[in-house]
Design a protein around this ligand. Structure first.
Ligand code: C5P
Length: 222
């Protein structure tokens, strides 16, 4: 058993709506929430700040070993150059292994005395917690995801970015995440897919809650 039984795994590509959904689910169920992308981003940011190359395995593994010392609340983690670095170091099995324990501990003993956890990422249902009782796979068309990212950047005051560049970067990141040899992005066995191309955040939340309600007996067993 890799969790405490009360785990909701939320996987999917960038900007499919995982973050908003996972936060809302955690709040509604009073579960702890972990955005595992932040772990990969924190390692990427540490490497960039040290002037190291995130595509260089030895440096990436050394930074992953220092995960506990990294600040997961640093606002720079949200920036796209950090995401690009994260995707590069996420291909190394030794880096991923290093992060497994942290993620499984979180599921087994959710912080704050919470009775369960909502964990979002790319490989939660496939690799990190394959026996999670509830697995959701969020997806949306590339164009809609790029539009959402553009809107988010504009809201943060970034005006200079072009939508063609976002589309290109997102396509590259998708390809790297889907085609890597270890823990590639794909729906886990038993995952229920929610396509948010035409769903807003409220509708995605309702769809997820309906799935969770139907799986409640499994979740309550933990
Ligand atoms: O989810 P987020 O966009 O913050 O993730 C940044 C990158 O970290 C992803 O593009 C992916 O390469 C990597 N990642 C991963 N496995 C996870 C979470 C993130 O490989 N569980």
């Amino acid at each position: 058993m890799t969790g405490n039984g009360r785990v909701i795994a939320v996987d999917g590509p960038a900007a499919a709506g995982k973050g908003t959904l996972a936060r809302r689910l955690a709040e509604a169920l009073d579960y702890a929430h972990l955005d595992t992308g932040l772990l990969y981003r924190a390692i990427g940011l540490a490497l960039l700040r040290a002037g190291a190359d995130p595509a260089e395995e030895a440096a990436a593994v050394a930074a992953a070993e220092r995960l506990e010392t990294l600040d997961l609340g640093d606002p720079e983690l949200r920036q796209d150059h950090v995401a690009a670095a994260a995707t590069k170091l996420a291909v190394f099995p030794a880096v991923r292994d290093q992060l497994l324990r942290f993620q499984r501990d979180f599921a087994a003993r959710p912080p704050g005395g919470k009775k369960g956890a909502v964990i979002e990422g790319r490989d939660i249902g496939t690799v990190v917690l394959p026996d999670a009782p509830c697995k959701l796979f969020l997806t949306a068309s590339l164009e809609v995801r790029a539009e959402r990212r553009l809107k988010e950047l504009r809201e943060r005051g970034v005006e200079s970015i072009r939508s063609s560049r976002i589309l290109k970067e997102m396509r590259e990141r998708d390809a790297r995440d889907q085609n890597r040899a270890v823990a590639p992005l794909r729906p886990a066995e038993g995952a229920v897919t929610i396509d948010t191309t035409e769903l807003d955040a409220d509708a995605a939340f309702e769809a997820a809650m309906n799935i969770i309600r139907s799986q409640r007996p499994f979740l309550d067993k933990g």
